[in-house]
Design a protein around this ligand. Sequence first.
Ligand SMILES: C[S@@+](CC[C@H](N)C(=O)[O-])C[C@H]1O[C@@H](n2cnc3c(N)ncnc32)[C@H](O)[C@@H]1O
Length: 377
Amino acid sequence: MENVNGTSHILDELNTQDLLHGNVQILHHFMSSLKSQALRCACGLGIPAALHRLGGSATLAGLLDETGLHPSKLPYLRRLMRALTVSGIFATAKHKQQSPAATEGNSSDSETVYTLTPASRLLVGDGPSSTMSALLNPRPETGFAMFFKLEEWFRDDGGAGTLFKMAHGVTSPWDLAKVDADYNRGLNKACVADTSFVMDIILRGRGGDVFRGLTSLVDVGGGYGSAAVAIARAFPDVKCTVMDLQQVISEAPDDGVVQFVAGDMFEFVPPAQATFFKNVLDCWNHEDCVKILQQCKKAIPTRDAGGKVIIINVVVGHGPDNIAVKETQVFYDMYMMSISGIEREEHEWRKIFLEAGFSDYRITPILGYQSIIEVFP
Ligand SMILES: C[S@@+](CC[C@H](N)C(=O)[O-])C[C@H]1O[C@@H](n2cnc3c(N)ncnc32)[C@H](O)[C@@H]1O
């Protein structure tokens, strides 16, 4: 007999185990939206920083006190911390002291000690390690909220433009940054936070080898220049230049370590032995990437003379073989869909390189979900 949805025959095809597994999988996906809200909330309340100030671990009462929350919120704080502990953002240490209730198997919240994990350590403070500040945008309406319109966007015939345009009235973040000074500053600062973190990882490991022996480099779409400054400091023989749009360059802090040039990479890329792109080419479609790389080809010498393009971006399918990396790559790609950007698989990158006139490339997947790609003329 069919139920009101007419689905009984579908359910009959599945055994109980499959039904329950499917049910939890759907709920798990649906509830995942709350994962990011819980994370945003914990950061907004300053929980990672509070734990850090308290020496890396604290009881709920200690956390409540340190974050200045009202005592009535204690039971809710426990639930927030439990959710974020199950999902790996925080951890619990052994109870300091086992109360009789705890030994009987009942929870004893006042005794549970919450600790930072490698993930939540990245959320402490505003320093270079707070890479996630890029994603924990203080203005949600300019970030993930636009995805509530994703279905509407799919149903549109193309006339509405990008999802970003549907939400903000302009096609891309750079268009919004031109007219909204606050957004411009927020965007550039988020890029600095992420870039400081990523460059630190690159330069402390073998990733730094890609800059060895270079005499000059242009960081194209280099924002406030934090990547170029890091490279120039690590390799003083490399003359570094940052190129970006006028609205970015005019605000970039210039301490004389690198040279800043305002311009449009579709029209011109300043000459150098290498051009560098960090999180730039994934913002553009295939044809635009070919145009940008054709400008680079004009700007650099031959391979024999050390000419190359260095790209930091996702290569979907490369990197550690775990679900967190795989999902981050493909959901990052969905995020980039909102501005007509794309996270590419290797064959998609290869097609761009060959069309732009390059002959060879090398992918070094040493940045977690991202890779370093060297492209040779
Ligand atoms: C996602 S941000 C990456 C910034 C920086 N590379 C980083 O990773 O921190 C992309 C950058 O490309 C710049 N950009 C956008 N269109 C550009 C253009 N036509 N010419 C030069 N830069 C451009 C933006 O202003 C922005 O700084």
